[in-house]
Unconditional design. Sequence first.
Length: 312
Amino acid sequence: MNFIGIDIGGTNVKLALVDSNGKILKKSVIKTGDARDFAAVIDNIAQEVSRLAFNQPYEAIGAGCPGAINSAAGIVEYSPNLYWKNVPLARLLSQKTNKETRITNDANAAALGEHRFGAGKNYTDTALITLGTGVGGGFVVDGKLFEGYGSMGTEIGHTVITQNGEPCACGRRGCFETYASATALIRETKKMMESHRASAMWSYTGGSIFKADGRTAFECAKQGDAAAQRVVDAYIRALAEGLLNVVAIFRSQAIILGGGVCAQGAYLTNPVQEYVDAYRYGGADSLRTVILTAELGNDAGVIGAACLGGGI
C-alpha cells in the first residue's frame, strides 16, 4: 500500500508518495504562496497530490504543519508561520481528494518518520530534537506518537534551563531554544568574535561578522582557536542540559538530533553523550539514553506524515 505524506512550511510544501516500507516512490515541492489565503494553499496542495499520484493508487494522506495542531479534530488551531487560525486542514484536504487525512505538528511528523524508518527504528521510545531557528521536539512513547493534552505538548524548546536568561519569542526567558538553537549558536559566535578580534573566526568568515553561521565556531575550534572553543563548549553544555530534562521526563531510549548543526557528527554528539551520561538522573548505573543524529534529513517530515496517514 502507498500513502501521501505532506510537509507544510511557510515557504514550501513538500509532498511524497511513500510505500508501507517507508520508501519514497515519488516526491515534489511546491511554493506555499500567500499563506494567508489558506483555501488557495490547500487547493494547490490537493492539485499537487493529484498530479503526484497520477496512475499511482494510494490509501490515505498525512500532513505535518507548524504550529498548534489539534490532531484529533484535524484543525490547525494556530500557526504563526502560516498566519492560520482554526483552519480545518484535514477536512478540507479530505473533501478535495476523497481520501482520509490526518494531521499533526511538523516536528511530530518528523519524529515519527525517524522512529519508524530512520535513526530510531531499533527503539520503542525515541525523541527527535530539532536544532534550527528554534528548538522543536517530537516524542514516540512505546511505539506511539505522544502529543500531550489537546495535541499541545512536547514543546521542549520552551522549557527553561536558565532562569531570567535570554529572552524568548514565547514571552519567557532562558528557554532551551534561546541557548541550543542554531540561532543561539550564531548569536554567541558573533558576541565572541566582537570581543576577540584575533580569533580565527574572523578569517574564517572573510572578516565579516555577518557571514558567521552555525559552522563557524565548530570549524575554528577544530583548528585550535580558543575563543571558538569557548563558544562550542557553552553550546554543548546548554544542549546537554536541555537533553537531560528530556531524559528525566521521558527516559527515551534514544534522543535523535536533527538540523544543520548535526552535520558536526561525533564532534557534537560525543561530548553531549558524555555530559548526559555523567549527569543523568539515576547516575551511571541507570538506564542509558543514546544520543544519535537524524538519518532521513529533509525527508523525515514527509515520511512521518505518510506513516501518520497510513497508521504505519
